[in-house]
Design a protein around this ligand. Structure first.
Ligand code: ACM
Ligand code: ZN
Length: 536
């Protein structure tokens, strides 16, 4: 068994052991120097041993550039004398270094003077090009330290996309120079809903927070070094309440409103007017500003859960329906999406929307659908057949905000596209993505509980070929890996809660929705207290 998560595509264990200490020399061909520097720095950060960077290609550890290696892939050969890495990109070399760090258990060796690694040959590359995680900071805001910590862990597991949900009804969390009210007004709310969707309890403490553009730039650069692309999600035309509170002229009736607190606030059904030029001017201006911050060739506009009540009564929206001979308001959203998709295309970006965007006919081909709906949506398969692309975020596998009682760890691990009626061989499936919606995640500790070890299971689902996956074997590796999470101060979900019994699943599911979104986590808190006492 090799102690790597995600498990590599191929490996063969050999006889022997490589020993690394502070005199070990590390060389890299020029294109891989940044990956080598990351390797050396992260080993030092993990355990205090700093190998020596040298310019001689006789060094014991060598990062060699080889164009024949696959994108993001690497070859690693470790013998008792040397470690040779071959890669065709920064990403591949970075991942090779991360594999070495994991195999040396660097995080657990802080008082050792040497690290060791068993001899092995690894030939590795990802199953999917899109290995994503969504973080919602509209409902709750975590800030740069938590985001960088998450990015570090994503890279550690070879995940490469942070889908950053920065705006929604409950808060706008990114500075706009052109529309300052978005943060002056839209990043603030008078309180926070605390208990569950079915309960209206509010903690009346003023809440705010947003990223300045300078902070965004710094985080984007930080992620880039880790081979993580950050894709912003700026929702439109729905889930836009915080922006409409800031600029009421965005809505059909232009009435003033406050940033919603309750997730079911009737004002959450107020959406952007699809018949008013100002909506498009605003959208294009925001896209321009965001494009200068996020170089990713993708842009997420949400597009889910768009109530059409306002559009049905709005003369301007109805005039557009008549002018373009649209069948209904669903088609009006299609018209809206296509305008945005074309604008994004001119900027070299593809529009991503949740799979509801496929309800409209005649959607731009370049649109990427992110499949999340718990109910099966045959439109996604049609979209793929017609040359479209998709990202898969199956609710029962990848909604990490849900209790483990609803999304057990085995679901995340065992996900295959067939479960959604999609072919495994479809190249237009870009990949998979876990989602961290934060309606009920108020702290970093709770974020950890919902995230780990789902992140590990997601990583393996995203990276490892299906033929190399086995849940029982994964759990053995995972249990051995937990001390690393402990060492990093990550409050992961305890193992007895990963795959709850049917009885517990039923009990928690009802409670979570109706009365207590924290019922499962409370049980974990008892465990953490017990663990702390035991370790004293
Ligand atoms: C979603 O969870 N509404 C995309
Ligand atoms: Zn309207």
């Amino acid at each position: 068994m090799i102690h790597l998560i995600p498990r590599p595509a191929f490996y063969e264990e050999k006889y022997g052991e490589f020993v690394l200490n502070s005199t070990t020399a590390v060389y890299a061909d020029p294109p891989l120097e940044a990956a080598r520097d990351y390797f050396v720095q992260s080993i030092e950060k993990a355990c205090g041993i700093r190998p020596a960077v040298v310019v001689s290609d006789k060094a014991a550890i060598r990062f060699l550039y080889d164009v024949r290696l696959p994108k993001e892939g690497y070859r690693l050969e470790c013998t008792s004398e040397r470690i040779i890495v071959q890669a065709s990109s920064h990403a591949g070399a970075l991942y090779a270094g991360i594999s070495i760090r994991q195999l040396m258990l660097a995080e657990l060796m802080d008082h050792a003077r040497v690290l060791t690694m068993h001899a092995v040959v690894i030939e590795d590359k990802p199953r999917y090009e899109w290995r994503g995680l969504l973080l919602d900071e509209s409902r709750n805001f975590f800030g740069p330290v938590t985001v960088k910590r998450l990015l570090d862990m994503m890279a550690y597991h070879k995940l490469n996309v942070l889908h950053w949900h920065l705006t929604d009804n409950e808060g706008w969390r990114i500075e706009s120079k052109k529309y300052p009210e978005l943060t002056e007004v839209g990043s603030k709310r008078k309180g926070t809903q605390t208990k569950a969707w079915g309960k209206k309890d509010v903690e009346w403490i003023p809440y705010d927070g947003y990223y300045t553009q300078a902070e965004i730039k710094e985080i984007v650069a930080y992620a880039e070094r880790l081979n993580i692309m950050i894709v912003p999600e700026i929702d439109m035309p729905a889930h836009l309440g915080a922006a409409i509170a800031s600029y009421p002229e965005l809505s059909c009736r232009k009435l003033p409103m406050e940033v919603p607190i309750l997730h079911s606030d009737p004002n959450c059904s107020i959406i952007a007017c699809a018949g008013d030029d100002f909506t498009f001017k605003f959208a294009y201006d925001i896209i321009d500003e965001m494009a200068s911050l996020f170089p990713a060739p993708y842009f997420h506009i949400g597009g889910d859960e768009a109530p059409k009540k306002e559009w049905k009564k709005c003369p301007k929206c109805q005039a557009v329906i008549r002018k373009y001979n649209l069948k209904n308001e669903e088609e009006l959203q299609g018209y809206f999406n296509n305008k945005i998709a074309l604008y994004l295309k001119r900027k070299g970006k593809r529009l991503i929307g949740w799979n509801e965007v496929l309800k409209a006919e005649g959607l731009e081909h370049s649109v990427i659908a992110q499949y999340w709906t718990p109910l099966k949506d045959p439109r996604v398969a049609d979209h793929l057949r017609n040359g479209g692309s998709a990202i898969l975020s199956k609710h029962e596998a990848f909604y990490f905000d849900m209790p483990y009682a609803m999304v057990p760890l085995r679901n995340t691990y065992r996900f295959e596209p067939e479960q959604l009626g999609l072919s495994n061989r479809n190249d237009d499936i870009l990949g998979v993505e876990g989602t961290l919606w934060t309606e009920w995640i108020m702290t970093q500790e709770r974020l950890d509980f919902q995230t780990y070890p789902r992140l590990e299971a997601l990583a393996e689902t995203a990276w490892t070929p299906a033929s190399q996956k086995n849940y029982a074997e994964f759990k053995e590796r995972l249990v051995k890996f937990l001390p690393v999470l402990d060492k990093l101060g990550i409050t992961y979900c305890p193992s007895h809660m990963w795959d709850p019994s049917l009885w517990r699943r039923l009990r928690v599911t009802t409670k979570f929705h109706v009365s207590d979104a924290h019922c499962e986590y409370r049980r974990a808190l008892t465990h953490y207290k017990w663990k702390k006492k035991k370790s004293k």
